[in-house]
Design a protein around this ligand. Structure first.
Ligand code: SF4
Ligand code: SF4
Length: 301
């Protein structure tokens, strides 16, 4: 069985306990305007241009049989993605690795083999594999087969999700994982739709269903100034989480601008928004807010 993956990150330490291998699923049904992993949103591979590595030699333009690439007056390479077939010829032609295709098919066995290479780190640190993205629940059959295989290998598996999936898909995969990392963003439904493109109703219902499964949950709260850092949202979130014994900790993830360069590389400017990162004081005040309500709180993943 194959899934569409856009990255494997080794030695990850922010996405579950210990040292981990993060498997990034490509494709997400949400469209969060602050997305830190914009290359994980589309459900198909995408051409990425890295102008900071480019020598402006033009080899890629000449290699492209589909006239999908051109150079402007300064030699800067531009892509007409509507013409691109993702054949990969330009990648071969480029000596500077200034072009990439984000997203490739990988089999369950290939990923399990990569995880095996990390076994010693997992065992020494209490780590394992984290399925993240994008959205792992959006490739449910592949995610299930991968979790089953990783469990057979004896690895700890964490599932990092927005929770936006049919209830049976969510429950099935959450049940199989050892830990759920649940991204909770905005409590008000209208505001959630405005900033992520979808309702949060099914997300909150799925979250509550974890209680019955007795599954440990780490809540991941992306802190975006002007979007979800207000008293109303924080109070609503704390009241919701207080009722759930499965919540082991809250991770406050301050917004940063790291996704903007990737948005430019994808040629998807205009599809996302730019925010100002929260101040240190604001981050600390949100950490203190959750701590006062009895949660174990961590800054970052
Ligand atoms: S991947 Fe192929 S079609 Fe697309 S720009 Fe490169 S050479 Fe052209
Ligand atoms: S081949 Fe590579 S270095 Fe040369 S113009 Fe194309 S992207 Fe830039």
């Amino acid at each position: 069985m194959e899934g569409l993956i856009f990255d494997l990150k080794r030695y990850a330490v922010h996405d579950g306990p210990g040292i981990r291998l993060n498997v990034f699923f490509k494709g997400c049904p949400l469209h969060c305007l602050w997305c830190h992993n914009p290359e994980g949103v589309a459900f198909e591979p995408e051409l990425m241009l890295m102008p900071n590595r480019c020598a402006r030699c033009g080899d890629c333009v000449r290699a492209c049989r589909y006239q999908a690439l051109s150079q402007n007056g300064n030699g800067q390479v531009k892509a007409d993605r509507s013409r691109c077939t993702l054949c990969g010829d330009c990648l071969q032609a480029c000596q500077r690795e200034a072009i990439e295709i984000a997203g490739r098919k990988m089999t369950v066995e290939e990923i399990a083999t990569e995880a095996e290479k990390e076994r010693v780190f997992f065992e020494q640190s209490g780590g394992g594999v984290t399925l993240t993205g994008g959205e792992p629940l959006a490739q449910p059959a592949f995610a299930e087969a991968l979790i089953d295989s990783l469990k057979l290998h004896g690895f700890h598996v964490a599932l990092d999700t927005s929770g936006y999936a049919p209830a049976e898909v969510f429950r099935n995969l959450a049940k199989k994982a050892d830990l759920v990392l649940f991204d909770l963003k905005i409590m008000d439904e209208t505001r959630h739709k405005k900033y992520t493109g979808v309702s949060n109703r099914i997300i909150l219902e799925n979250f509550q269903s974890l209680e019955k499964l007795g599954k440990p949950v780490w809540v991941r709260f992306p802190l975006i100034p002007g979007v979800n850092d207000d008293e109303n949202n924080l109070e609503a979130m704390a009241s919701f989480l207080c009722q759930l014994r499965s919540v082991e900790q809250v991770n406050v993830l301050p917004y940063h601008k790291g996704g903007l360069e990737k948005i430019r590389r994808l040629g998807r400017e205009g599809e996302f928004a730019v925010f100002e990162p929260p101040s240190q004081e604001k981050v600390q005040s949100v950490i203190d807010f959750f701590a006062r309500r009895g949660f174990k709180v961590k800054r970052g993943g």
